[in-house]
Design a protein. Structure first.
Length: 149
């Protein structure tokens, strides 16, 4: 048994089709001939935001390098002071300080050792490397003092 749809007996109205006359402003004869005045705005905004993000990222990397250089200077000064305070050390205090730093930071580091009567002070100064070589971020200096023993 098949079902037939119920109809009311009236014919279904035809679908309405909107026809625009060719003089309306949204109909273009050449679609790419005229562009809206804001078509390139998204690209310009993208370039501006991308530039800002790159500057922020480089600043974060530079901050990380500066903090790492300060940490390495502190580690080197403590290591040098520890070795310098030991009477039977197999290396000098400045050798121990240079040995405890990363190689790329040790190249630009200055280590000074001050031997007192009952204490040793080691000062390490490291030039902070720059992400962009044009800028100079100065140097970081850390010192450590340990008693002789």
């Amino acid at each position: 048994m098949t079902r037939t749809p119920r109809t009311s007996g009236f014919p279904r109205p035809a679908a309405r089709v909107r026809v625009f006359p060719p003089t309306t402003p949204h109909v273009r004869s050449f679609p790419r001939a005229r562009r809206a005045p804001q078509d390139g705005q998204a690209a310009i905004e993208y370039v501006g935001v991308l530039t800002l993000l790159l500057v922020v990222a480089m600043a974060v990397v530079q901050l990380g390098i500066a903090v790492y250089a300060a940490q390495q200077a502190g580690t080197a000064s403590r290591s040098g002071a520890r070795v310098g305070s030991y009477d039977r050390a197999t290396m000098s205090a400045d050798q121990a300080a240079y040995a405890s730093m990363s190689g790329w930071l040790a190249d630009d580091a200055d280590v000074s050792v001050s031997n007192g009567f009952d204490e040793v002070t080691v000062t390490v100064e490291i030039d902070i490397p720059a992400v962009i070589p044009v800028f100079d971020f100065g140097e970081v200096s850390k010192s450590a003092t340990m008693p002789r023993g």
